[in-house]
Design a protein around this ligand. Structure first.
Ligand code: PBG
Length: 339
């Protein structure tokens, strides 16, 4: 073959990749700051932010630090935050009763954020795991062999009403009990909170990727002697049909937004839902996905920012409208800088 010989190829798709200009013109998916939801951990007291070892860059924040952070991320263009309370262990018990206290941390945090940045959307988890000394998302049956589904529903409904009263925009049931969306919806409506939305963690898997989060909120403390794991309520990672069925049930029960969690290892589930519902889809890039990228970057095996951006574009490409990610603030900062 001669050095300058050319083949007559019918298609040359590489033409669309020749220059930065053409690559950007044909780019199909983009991460926008408006797609990102920033999770925050809140603690009581006015002390310094507490570093979370397993989640580099993330801290447990007292309420006034939380207010500052919210102003900061809103200034970067982030439209929504998800709040997770970290309770003093002395407040935890078998029934998670602090969740129903009118003065519980999360309610004070919601009010404080709304006072500081009224336009910032606030989403709170509805589940008992921050409040129970066994770390489960609900209350237990009398034999302590499982979570009591229907008794838990009553707690969730009351929690949702208290959170709505405090001014939350969306409640996010993350407990995976049967019937929770319907019960929460009708309870909110009866209490006059028909405008409070439900973002349902509709396809939440029993995942090992939640490890760092459980350390962050103390739901895996040695004191949380779990008698059984969460597999009786969270989905089996092997099951796609069941994830679709669960999510469509939540839609029927009145969910406004569906969620897939974790995100990166479950891209097929995100796409499955995208193809089967017209509701918006949220995905949660969870603590373990975040920690993995950080850990590999720390030893120099991955480029932190490039891997971060690629992980998020993949989640968006799979069909997510919004992404909960601990990277939100940093990504927003970079997007602003590069604009
Ligand atoms: C609790 C809840 C969990 C997460 C969000 N809400 C953990 C769990 O189910 O044990 C995980 C978030 C993360 O890992 O980043 N219902």
């Amino acid at each position: 073959m001669r050095k300058d010989e050319k083949f007559k190829l019918e298609r040359r798709p590489r033409r669309l990749r020749k220059s930065p200009a053409i690559r950007s013109l044909v780019q199909e998916t983009e991460i926008d700051v408006q797609d990102l939801v920033m999770p925050f951990f809140v603690i009581d007291g006015g002390g310094q932010p507490e570093i979370i070892e397993s989640m580099p860059g993330q801290c447990r924040l007292g309420i006034s630090h939380l207010q500052n952070k919210c102003e900061e991320v809103f200034g970067l263009g982030i439209q929504a935050i998800a709040l997770f309370p970290v309770l003093n262990p002395s407040l935890k018990n078998g029934e998670g009763s602090d969740a129903l206290s009118e003065n519980t941390l999360i309610l004070r945090a919601i009010k404080a954020v709304k006072e500081a940045v009224p336009e910032l959307m606030v989403i709170t988890d509805i589940a008992l795991d921050p409040y129970t000394n066994h770390g489960h998302d609900g209350v237990l049956n009398t034999e302590k062999t499982d979570v009591d589904n229907d008794r838990t529903l009553g707690f969730l409904a009351q929690m949702a009403i208290l959170n709505a009263e405090a001014g939350v925009d969306f409640v996010a049931p993350s407990d995976m009990m049967d019937g929770r969306v319907a019960v929460i919806r009708s309870s909110l409506d009866e209490a006059g909170y028909e405008d409070t939305g439900i973002l349902s963690y509709s396809a939440k898997f029993a995942s090992a990727y939640y490890g760092p989060f459980r350390e962050a909120i103390g739901s895996s403390l040695p004191t949380c002697k779990q008698l059984f794991d969460k597999q009786t309520y969270q989905l089996n990672p092997a099951n796609r049909r069941e994830a679709r069925m669960e999510s469509l049930l939540d839609e029927e029960e009145g969910a406004d937004i569906l969620m897939v969690k974790p995100a990166g290892p479950y891209l097929d589930i995100i796409r499955e839902l995208r193809n089967n519902t017209d509701l918006p889809i949220a995905s949660f890039q969870v603590s373990g996905e975040y920690a993995q990228i950080y850990a590999a970057a720390k030893v120099g095996w991955l480029d932190l920012n490039k891997t971060r951006d690629e992980s998020l574009i993949a989640i968006k490409r799979a069909g997510s409208d919004m992404i909960f990610t601990y990277f939100a603030a940093e990504v927003a900062r970079d997007l602003k800088r590069n604009r």
